[in-house]
Design a protein around this ligand. Structure first.
Ligand SMILES: NC(=O)c1ccc[n+]([C@@H]2O[C@H](COP(=O)([O-])OP(=O)(O)OC[C@H]3O[C@@H](n4cnc5c(N)ncnc54)[C@H](O)[C@@H]3O)[C@@H](O)[C@H]2O)c1
Length: 222
């Protein structure tokens, strides 16, 4: 989103307690935007909230515990964000996991969670339904563009995010809806997503080969 001025804009970020989501939250706050973030991890979320509120002002940030796989729960906290800040301008569907041993869980979090989050945001933002317009940013991965022998299920969900989001951006009624859609495709970032206990044996395929290939770019600490 080149040139997008985030001042006074309200961002709703899923999976904001750590890693990329937390970094995005801090970037928004540092540029004078407002953030409502949710995460499954209550303690980590509260810590992040306390630190960010101390640096950027408690009135600019709120945190709530919610699971992106639970549509009602995400709708409830999204409503809280609207009640707190008056509206949401940008929805960032960031929460994600790597867990090849549980394909259903990976699909539920990485793909269905993103689709549900997008639908909830669109219902609020659509200009043709009385909203103010807005933006949805869905966090995919480099493996949303490439295939990987190490994370076939993860890669399928991230390519699904790309296909879903791109399809929405091709809507013939985009101007009427007043929304923009984007995906981000980060390469390896050193976060908790690839660290024990988030990743257990079997959650990444051919682990030895992966560690050799990435030579320290990926930390797997069993
Ligand atoms: N780190 C990387 O190398 C990398 C590269 C490309 C894409 N990504 C993507 O970036 C996003 C953020 O990952 P990260 O690297 O910051 O990892 P992370 O583990 O630091 O952060 C992910 C956050 O999502 C939360 N989360 C997981 N499941 C959830 C659920 N069901 N409901 C709510 N919150 C949930 C976790 O508690 C965690 O705080 C993910 O979608 C990931 O696939 C990461």
């Amino acid at each position: 989103m080149p040139g997008y001025d985030v001042r006074e804009k309200v961002f709703f970020i899923t999976g904001g307690a750590s890693g990329i989501g937390r970094g995005l939250a801090e970037g928004v706050l540092a540029n004078h935007g407002k953030v409502f973030f949710v995460d499954l991890q209550e303690e980590l979320g509260r810590e992040a909230h306390t630190e960010l509120a101390a640096s950027y002002g408690a009135h600019n940030i709120r945190f709530a515990v919610a699971d992106v796989t639970n549509r009602d729960s995400i709708q409830e906290v999204f409503n809280m964000a609207v009640a707190t800040f008056g509206r949401v301008d940008v929805m960032v569907n960031n929460a994600g996991i790597v867990r090849e041993s549980q394909p259903d869980k990976v699909i539920a979090v990485n793909l269905l969670g993103v689709i549900q989050g997008t639908e909830i945001a669109m219902a609020h933002m659509r200009k043709d339904k009385g909203g103010n317009g807005g933006r949805v940013v869905n966090i995919s991965s480099l493996y949303g563009l490439l295939e990987s022998p190490y994370f076939p299920v993860y890669s399928a969900t991230k390519q699904g995010i790309r296909a879903y989001t791109r399809s929405l951006s091709l809507s013939p009624k985009l101007d009427e809806i007043g929304m923009e859609f984007a995906t981000l495709h980060p390469d390896s970032v050193d976060t908790a997503i690839m660290r024990f206990p988030n990743v257990q044996p079997g959650d990444v395929l051919y682990l030895d080969d992966l560690l050799k290939q990435f030579k320290g770019k990926v930390q797997y600490l069993p």
